[in-house]
Write a protein that binds this ligand. Structure first.
Ligand code: ADP
Length: 297
């Protein structure tokens, strides 16, 4: 396993930031680490990369115990911290040379990394003169300079414009071909666009750890239907493939089905056959975005 997190708990004095988190990732997986602000994402990433210690639990990177052998583990992991702190007065090349020297990487590697992240046209500028998108590339270049197996990116697209977001997503996908990547975001669409798997945390608890494909293939659909007058529950119970229902307002029902068929025409025919009149019928189909916002609300 490239990443192995075992029962990690972290408390900051009285604040419990992570509670018994366990997950693992194998080589070549791109994992979206998702959660609302304050969920514990950055804390988990700092523990993974050996920047802070957990209160309890263990982390292995490429089989190396990060707590016992932090220096050895750091050789296998690249980290782009939140808000990408960079030395703005340094030249791009100078900064990357400095990073390369930390890991005793030969200078020729810099050129390869610069090409990989698409920094070539900007390599002679000062970091402070670069756009936010290019600064992000510098941060990513620094994170991969020692060719780590695992890459941890804390909110790599936050604060970028839509084109830059697209470029960084493409870069993450490209890097994910031969690295295990864990990147945090609070945007579900981002996970959908880039990842193989999603891990969702909220208030330090792990809520979901699933392949994206599995989340997408759910047949669940919820339909909101408003009748022209109050109807009895028995009618709703007669609907085929119905798995649950809720009656929020007098005449409006939220009915969930397990079916690959669009259930709206079925409800319409059913109402007609039973002499019921429908005023409104809406599909509340669960996009992953809705799924995430309901889960973390
Ligand atoms: P996320 O990255 O998901 O926004 P964080 O890991 O930054 O979440 O924070 C998780 C929780 O831990 C939050 O309640 C935050 O306020 C708290 N926290 C984070 N860092 C510290 C710290 N250094 N001292 C005290 N509390 C902290």
């Amino acid at each position: 396993m490239s990443i192995e997190v075992q029962s990690v708990t972290k408390s900051y004095e009285t604040q419990l930031a992570l509670n018994e988190i366990s997950f693992s990732a194998s080589k070549g997986e791109i994992i979206g680490f998702l959660g609302p602000n304050g969920a514990g994402k950055s804390t988990m990433m700092k523990i993974l990369t050996g920047f802070i210690l957990p209160t309890k639990g263990t982390v292995f990177i490429s089989g190396i115990n990060v707590l016992k052998n932090p220096i050895e583990a750091k050789a296998h992991i690249g980290y782009l911290p939140e808000q990408n702190p960079l030395y703005e007065d340094m030249y791009v090349k100078e900064y990357l040379q400095f990073q390369a020297s930390i890991f005793k990487v030969p200078k020729e590697t810099i050129e390869t990394v610069v090409n990989t992240v698409g920094l070539k046209p900007e390599v002679h500028k000062k970091i402070g003169q670069l756009s936010k998108g290019y600064q992000q590339r510098v941060g990513i270049a620094a994170a991969i300079i020692h060719n780590p197996d695992v890459l941890v990116l804390d909110e790599p697209t936050t604060g970028l414009d839509p084109n830059q977001i697209q470029e960084i997503r493409t870069l993450i996908k490209e890097l994910g071909k031969d690295k295990t990547i864990l990147f945090s975001t609070h945007i579900m669409q981002e996970v959908e666009a880039v990842c193989d798997r999603v891990i969702i945390i909220k208030k330090g608890e792990l809520l979901v750890d699933k392949p994206i494909k599995e989340l997408k293939k759910s047949n669940e659909q919820t339909i909101e239907v408003t009748f022209d007058y109050k109807i009895e529950e028995q009618f709703i119970q007669m609907l085929p493939n119905m798995i649950s229902f809720k009656n929020n307002f007098d005449n409006t029902w939220y009915i969930t089905f397990d079916s690959s068929e669009d259930m709206r025409p079925v409800i319409f025919d059913f109402a007609k056959e039973n002499g019921l009149k429908i005023l409104e019928l809406n599909s509340k189909n669960q996009s992953l975005e809705v799924f995430f916002s309901e889960l973390t609300a």
